[in-house]
Design a protein around this ligand. Structure first.
Ligand SMILES: Cc1ncc(COP(=O)(O)O)c(C=O)c1O
Length: 273
């Protein structure tokens, strides 16, 4: 088994002075991996309610653009790139741009308009889909992810990849996890059900949020968000403060078990009071 990582993708395809495009706010590793290779990282803002805007993305492409990183569901907003939007991007973007679709959270999506991208790879589009064992499979500590793409793109990456980049124990764990459909289904069910319940409880608290297709929800707490985040932490509930994504009024909360979610809401309402 060969492992895939964002830095490996950037090492393979980027040189100094290339441009990388990231619709954002999004997962910080895209920017990190581009910067590591000396590339210029261009952030294209998501639209007002954190939706992807295809025209904005396409019009930001220049002759230097080498990689477009798309994250769907997007971390930290939980919003998705629609299947029709991916189709439009792949049909319109210059062939010199590698489109990378990180569908790390794909298993939590319930929308019919979603694609994890693999069908587009099968249809022959020059797309690289990234997946990880760190999310629904619950194995972040084994550090394994994989990529799905055309033989040409994969063979380019294999030229750069160091040998044996996934250790034998991690391979065993990954091989077992990918067959554990029961776990995946149970986790999907839990998140789908608890996500809805959290929406209702956040509404009851009078708190705004963005509807999510992932296992986290971006919650709008206003100018006191950082203070609320700190006070919640003092009471034993860790949420992620949005400041690092340029979202100073927000926190990202993980959808947990019913007990964890009850505790989250209880502590949040105490702190808000
Ligand atoms: C969108 C996205 N992709 C990938 C990852 C990381 O996956 P890994 O643990 O395989 O590096 C994360 C983790 O936060 C993520 O949010």
């Amino acid at each position: 088994m060969e492992g895939m990582s964002l830095t490996l993708v950037s090492e393979t395809f980027l040189d100094c002075c290339d441009e990388v495009m990231v619709p954002g706010p999004s997962f910080s590793e895209y920017e990190f991996s581009g910067t590591l290779m000396g590339a210029k990282v261009k952030t294209v803002p998501l639209s007002g309610n954190y939706q992807y805007h295809v025209e904005d993305i396409l019009s930001a492409v220049t002759e230097r653009t080498k990689i477009l990183f798309l994250c769907s569901p997007n971390n930290p907003t939980g919003t998705i790139l629609l299947k029709s939007q991916l189709q439009q991007i792949l049909d319109s973007i210059p062939k010199s741009v590698l489109v990378v679709l990180d569908s790390a959270y794909s298993h939590y999506v319930t929308s019919n308009d979603y694609t994890d991208g693999i069908e587009f790879v099968k249809a022959g589009y020059p797309l690289l889909v990234l997946q990880t064992f760190s999310k629904v499979y619950g194995l972040a500590g084994i550090r394994v992810g994989f990529g799905v793409s055309s033989p040409e793109i994969i063979s380019g990456i294999l030229q750069v990849k160091e040998p044996f980049n996934v250790n034998a124990l991690a391979q065993l764990a990954a091989a077992a996890a990918i067959q554990d459909d029961e776990h995946v289904q149970a986790s999907r069910r839990l998140v789908t059900e608890q996500r809805k319940k959290l929406y209702a409880k956040l509404q009851a608290l009078g708190v705004g949020y963005t509807e999510s297709m992932s296992n986290f929800i971006l919650v709008e707490l206003g100018p006191d968000a950082e203070l609320i985040y700190r006070k919640m932490m003092e009471k034993g509930v860790i949420v992620r403060y949005g400041g690092t994504w340029g979202l100073p009024n927000c926190v990202r909360v993980t959808v947990g078990t019913p007990e964890e979610n009850d505790m989250l809401i209880e502590v949040m309402s105490e702190v808000l009071a």
